[in-house]
Design a binder for this molecule. Structure first.
Ligand SMILES: *Cc1c(COP(=O)(O)O)cnc(C)c1O
Length: 391
């Protein structure tokens, strides 16, 4: 069913057993990565391993859930990869694509990671879960916990847009609002988790959200006919999606499903919270925490990421880059995605177009390259952003 073999620390390489609950590496406090018997999977062949299920579960043998009975699904993944013809024309780019993650259950790509983490947690005996979240992750966790019959506890910044809070409550989670940022929520969640024995589903603190997010990499390859694009522009918060796609590319090459061509990976963050661009430009291996983080793009308001070195490594190995864009620029770009492509993007999705325009102007990419923008969620959950349109 699954070729999962063990877990491996992303920093020190130490190996751990996969069939008991694991969090960060006990030695270096960095994320553990799921490893598979890719040689055996390679021998089985792609046709035998990729099913026609219209969700991320089509790659099930390369996912960590062992018993299908524990796979909790609301139909996440296998989202459309749309050729952005009209938007591309305005930029002179004939090969521009948008991977539209807003069609996922609960309206964002967080569904992929949380479906996987909840499935695996349930398989390993967890009954209560907790998450600190700036919004979309909390909604997704609430949904999958409800569907699996687990009790969900959510810690959110008090100023998170209302739809995020209401969604979690409507999905049966216990919601606690915390004055401060996601990092403050994390502290509070950890304290309560220890006290009550809840399992912490924070970004990269358990190994399986990453395995859900990596399916975006598998889908990109499959949807382009088992070829990868030239450039991927990704709105980066904790970085799971970017790290996950990079892992997927490695796995697929080891499986013999793709060659060694890799997209240049681009991180975009908001100018009001840009720890990764700052570290990238400085040539640093890790990113210092950002002080006073502020942006309307809630998913990008992550001042410190536990997987910072994995993001920076993927950017550098791919020949990519990291850029910051202003809130004004990302909101204006969000509007253009709507006007030209009929996609009501989230502000984070808008940021990818703002970054593309900047990189095009700088000559960092050429107009004929095949470029994929990730619209990571729906614009419907950010009511304040377009208030001016009613004025
Ligand atoms: C969480 C989130 C992001 C950032 O995703 P990471 O994989 O954690 O970097 C981007 N956009 C939206 C809409 C999000 O909810």
């Amino acid at each position: 069913m699954s070729y999962l073999t063990h877990l491996e620390c992303s920093l020190c390489g130490k190996e751990y057993e996969a069939d008991s609950l694991q969090t960060l590496c006990p030695d270096c406090a960095r994320p553990l990565l799921a490893r598979y018997d890719l040689e055996a999977a390679r021998a089985a062949g792609r046709d035998a391993l990729v099913s026609d299920e219209p969700s991320m579960w089509r790659y099930r043998p390369l996912l960590p859930v062992r018993d299908a009975a524990y796979a909790v699904s609301l139909g996440e993944g296998f989202t459309p990869l749309l050729h952005a013809v009209r938007l591309g024309e305005t930029l002179g780019m004939p090969n521009l694509y948008i991977k539209d993650e807003s069609l996922n259950p609960t309206g964002s790509f967080k569904a992929r990671g949380l479906a996987m983490a909840i499935s695996r947690a349930q398989e390993l005996g967890v009954t209560e879960v907790v998450i600190p979240s700036a919004g979309n992750a909390a909604g997704a966790m609430s949904a999958y916990a409800a569907r699996a019959g687990l009790k969900a506890h959510v810690y959110m910044p008090a100023d998170v847009p209302m739809p995020f809070r209401q969604e979690c409550r409507a999905l049966g989670a216990e919601v606690t609002l915390v004055e401060g940022l996601i990092t403050d929520c994390g502290r509070e969640a950890r304290k309560e988790a220890e006290k009550h024995g809840w399992f912490d589903i924070s970004t990269l603190k358990e190994p399986y959200r990453l395995e859900g997010k990596k399916t975006m990499g598998y889908e990109l390859a499959e949807q382009f006919g088992w070829e990868l694009p030239d450039v991927v522009i990704y709105p980066t918060g904790g970085g799971t999606g970017l790290i996950g796609m990079w892992k997927a590319f490695e796995e697929m090459e080891a499986l013999g499903w793709i060659g060694d061509h890799r997209p240049r990976m681009v991180t975009v963050q908001a100018a009001g919270c840009a720890p990764i661009p700052r570290a990238f430009q400085a040539g640093a291996e890790f990113a210092d925490p950002w002080e006073g983080a502020q942006t309307v793009a809630a998913g990008l308001r992550v001042p410190a990421a536990v997987g910072d070195f994995l993001i920076l490594r993927a950017l550098r190995e791919s020949g990519g880059t990291a850029v910051a864009v202003s809130d004004d620029a990302l909101m204006a770009a969000q509007m253009r995605i709507g006007r030209y492509e009929g996609i009501f993007a989230c502000p984070e999705g808008g940021a990818t177009l703002a970054a593309l325009e900047m990189l095009l102007e700088q000559g960092w990419l050429s107009p004929d390259e095949r470029v994929v923008l990730f619209n990571t969620g729906t614009g419907l959950k950010y009511p304040g952003v377009f208030d001016y349109l009613d004025a």
